[in-house]
Write a protein that binds this ligand. Structure first.
Ligand code: ZN
Length: 228
């Protein structure tokens, strides 16, 4: 009994050390002493907006909002700064948006599960980030929605060999992703929703919808955490 208490004490001490080593700031606005603040939480809960992408995806493309402010900072901190904890608030925002869309009838009358299919990442990008961040956000969304809506996550898409597309125009981006998305397995049963972090031209979403269609999978809609 005493040993157990001692072990717990040591572990508690380690936690405290980690707290000291990692400065706690809000992942959305940089406010001190908190990892995520109420204002940034509220900023992620706007109603989703329908957007028009340069490369038509063939399905409605929704977004949680513009790629600025708390949304932009949180996505960057999650992807580039190792703030894996931010998958949770971003996942809550995603769950909230998907539940609204369901309420609006966007996914038809089916009351079955929503199947979240993360947009493809390359294996090296996922390794560099300690795992695929969009999949982590989808899993957090599924946990949030669980009491009211079944959501499953099917990370079945993989990107192979697409070069970095930053700085490319719409046509060049479309060429860049063509033929680079692979379907590793079929998603689970339910209404398939494609999920990505930031949409720019929509080329990756369009390619993903197309390769899934070729495998007989109908995508109901796409949704992104932000629109650049
Ligand atoms: Zn904040």
């Amino acid at each position: 009994m005493r040993v157990e208490r001692a072990v717990r004490g040591v572990l508690g001490g380690v936690d405290d050390l980690v707290e000291l080593a990692v400065p706690r700031t809000c992942g959305g606005c940089g406010a001190p002493r908190v990892r995520w603040c109420g204002r940034c939480e509220a900023a992620l809960h706007d109603a989703p907006a329908l957007i028009c992408t340069t490369a038509p995806a063939g399905v409605p493309v929704w977004t949680l909002g513009r790629y600025d402010g708390a949304r932009r900072r949180a996505v960057l901190q999650l992807k580039e700064r190792g703030r894996g904890d931010l998958a949770v608030p971003l996942g809550r925002g995603l769950a909230h948006a998907l539940l609204r869309l369901r309420g609006w009838g966007e996914f038809g009358l089916s009351s079955g599960p929503l199947v979240l299919v993360p947009a493809p990442t390359t294996a090296w990008a996922a390794r560099r980030r300690g795992g695929d961040v969009v999949t982590a956000v989808c899993r957090a969304a599924a946990r949030t929605a669980a009491p009211v809506q079944a959501m499953t996550v099917s990370p079945v898409l993989r990107s192979v060999g697409a070069a970095e597309s930053v700085g490319l125009g719409a046509a060049a981006r479309a060429r860049n992703v063509r033929g680079t998305v692979r379907v590793r397995a079929l998603p689970g049963p339910g209404t398939v929703v494609l999920v990505d972090d930031v949409v720019t031209t929509g080329a990756t979403l369009a390619e993903s919808v197309a390769v899934l269609a070729r495998r007989g999978v109908t995508v109901a809609a796409a949704i992104t955490l932000a629109a650049a």
